[in-house]
Design a protein around this ligand. Structure first.
Ligand code: UVW
Length: 331
């Protein structure tokens, strides 16, 4: 073990001392078959925004920028022709910010200051005891930036496909700002007859995606920051339910899955994103953010259904702390 003390309520070590997958370990062949059994009509929904949406939201995350390299003769590798054949060819590259748009958070995205050695000194620690200094190589490191553990390639290699279930918080509560705790969660599960099973992906539609699309790459934070439901990470019963449920991931059309308040930090010993703390740091539950969910959520509601097959691999991009995704739900 790379820790003497694990955080209270964590599952560190339960999937092995070197585990980097967390709850994705529960995504077994049986769970993929359970997802496939939900396919009745073969209708598919693409759950990604165009990757140049939502537009500027977080300063350090910028829209994708395409570029074209030069050929040996200095001409751009675009609309290339040759005297020796009839083909016309284009090539391009891209500067891609991994968390700008529809994305997965890897388990390397967020850790905590935590005394894993039990020596009274809190270090920067990530899921299963991986350390900032040893495993999360920053830009100053000769090999950095690079997550030497917990990078998104681990999830990508796990075959991200299984049974998904939708909670339609927009249908339940509208689009006013709402911190959804355990009671609201249970009301929604009961009202929408959602059967959440161990090994499921939990998707939650709050209405953020439609607002983002309507803003045409010029997002208005004064509207979006108070739009719709976010999970209430300060509700211990909600956190306990997430632990008990055995879900492998939580995905939403909003920015962070959980409700948060950057203007009121909770103090040095507490997480400002407690649901991220529980999911990414303690339990190894991946979070999907800024997904495009309204078409699927509307269809499921109209057909009195809530479950589907979800296929949602991230890029197999070694060392990355997040990844764009183009998830597909099949109903
Ligand atoms: C926020 O931006 C608040 O969340 P994340 O870093 O997970 O995208």
């Amino acid at each position: 073990m790379r820790w003497k003390h694990r955080p209270e309520g964590s599952n560190w070590g339960d999937f092995g001392p070197d585990d980097q997958l967390g709850r994705m370990n529960l995504l077994t062949p049986e769970r993929r078959l359970a997802g496939i059994r939900e396919v009745q009509q073969g209708v598919a929904f693409t759950l990604s925004l165009p990757l140049d949406y939502p537009g500027p939201m977080v300063d350090m995350r910028k829209p994708p920028r395409l570029f074209v390299e030069q050929m040996e003769d200095g001409s751009p590798a675009y609309n290339q022709v040759s005297d020796h054949c009839s083909d016309v060819m284009c090539d391009d590259g891209v500067v891609l910010y991994t968390q700008f748009s529809t994305q997965w958070d890897s388990l390397a995205h967020m850790g905590q200051k935590f005394d894993a050695d039990g020596d009274g000194v809190a270090e920067k620690v990530y899921y299963n005891g991986y350390r900032a200094d040893e495993h999360m190589l920053g830009p100053d490191h000769p090999d950095g930036p690079y997550a030497r553990a917990l990078g998104i390639e681990n999830m990508a290699a796990a075959g991200v496909q299984g049974r998904g279930v939708m909670l339609n918080f927009k249908a339940m509560f509208g689009t006013d700002y709402r911190r959804v705790g355990y009671d609201d969660l249970m009301r929604t599960i009961d009202a929408q007859k959602v059967d959440v099973q161990k090994g499921d992906f939990l998707l939650m539609h709050v209405g953020y995606d439609e607002a983002v699309l309507s803003m045409n790459r010029q997002p208005d934070r004064s509207i979006l920051d108070i739009l719709g439901a976010g999970l209430d990470g300060s509700d211990p019963r909600l956190l306990q339910w997430i632990d008990d449920s055995g879900i492998v991931a939580i995905c939403s059309d909003n920015l962070a899955v959980e409700a948060y308040d950057w203007d009121n930090p909770p103090g040095a010993d507490h997480a400002i994103l407690p649901l991220h703390e529980l999911c990414l740091f303690k339990l190894g539950i991946h979070l999907g953010e800024l997904w495009l969910l309204h078409e699927l959520a509307d269809w499921l509601l109209a057909h009195n259904r809530s479950a589907f097959l979800l296929t949602a691999p991230p890029l197999r991009l070694p060392g990355s702390v997040g990844s764009p995704a183009t998830p597909i739900a099949t109903v």
